[in-house]
Design a protein around this ligand. Structure first.
Ligand SMILES: Cc1cc2nc3c(=O)[nH]c(=O)nc-3n(C[C@H](O)[C@H](O)[C@H](O)COP(=O)(O)O)c2cc1C
Length: 231
């Protein structure tokens, strides 16, 4: 009897321990984006500026959701697997959608700090690294301190093969960055219309950014866009 109890106890202990070791998946379904804003497109274009100084706070999950949707959200769901969800807010050469979009979250109430990949098809974010990466990312971005100040940054990488498979070198040299420009401009305009600001950052150390964000081998870093209430 004593041996039976001991074995049962050991079994329970081992099973509890192995559950501890199972990585917790952290993900958030984002609220639906709003299709109405308070500024006209003309007013937004007229006031858009690169903003480089931010308050650490003052943004909500709804702001994050709206900006990710503006960047690459699905606006016409379609089932063809290559579209990974459907047509988007931004145009893309051959609808190949080579961009991957992340949120580097530091201070958004209700969202654990960390790096998240945006899933446009399901309009959700899935954590890939836990913890506040803003300081390390600032160092990788040549110490541009707006990256530490802003409550979150949008980060873009590209999977070039999605474009080069069809368009070869023309796709690598031209189309990926054209796609990026379309999407990033949406981030600028959406931020501005929410009374937030952003700045496209292209000056950073590629190796360091890749290391800090633990990017897979097939993803190349392109832009960091800190977002927040600007001073
Ligand atoms: C490809 C590209 C890279 C950029 N990289 C940086 C950067 O690393 N740091 C920065 O402060 N601004 C950066 N900017 C923002 C430009 O400096 C800014 O757009 C320009 O000064 C014009 O100002 P405006 O955006 O307010 O009209 C970049 C812009 C582009 C298009």
């Amino acid at each position: 009897m004593k041996t039976l109890f001991l074995s049962l106890f050991l079994l329970l202990f081992i099973s509890a321990k192995s559950q501890d070791n199972v990585a917790k998946i952290v993900e958030y379904n984002l609220p639906s984006p709003s299709l109405k804003g308070s500024l006209s497109i003309e007013e937004t274009l007229n006031s858009r500026r690169s903003r480089r100084s931010f308050e650490d706070g003052g943004v909500s999950v709804a702001d994050l959701s709206q900006i990710l949707w503006a960047a690459y959200g699905v606006t016409r769901p379609m089932t063809a697997p290559a579209l990974r969800g459907g047509l988007r807010t931004a145009p893309s050469a051959g609808a190949r959608y080579p961009l991957e979009i992340y949120a580097v979250v530091g201070n958004i109430p209700g969202i654990e700090a960390g790096l998240y990949k945006y899933d446009p098809q399901n309009h959700k974010i899935v954590m890939t690294i836990a913890g506040d990466l803003r300081k390390e990312l600032t160092a990788a971005a040549l110490n541009q301190k707006m990256v530490s100040e802003a409550p979150f940054s949008i980060f873009y990488s590209a999977i070039y093969s999605r474009i080069t498979d069809r368009y070869g070198e023309r796709g690598r040299e031209r189309y990926v960055c054209m796609d990026l420009g379309h999407s990033a401009q949406n981030v600028y305009l959406q931020s501005e219309s929410l009374n937030l600001g952003t700045c496209a950052i292209g000056a950073f150390n590629d190796e360091l950014v890749t290391k800090v964000l633990q990017l897979p081998d097939n993803e190349a870093p392109l832009y960091i866009m800190p977002v927040g209430k600007y001073k």
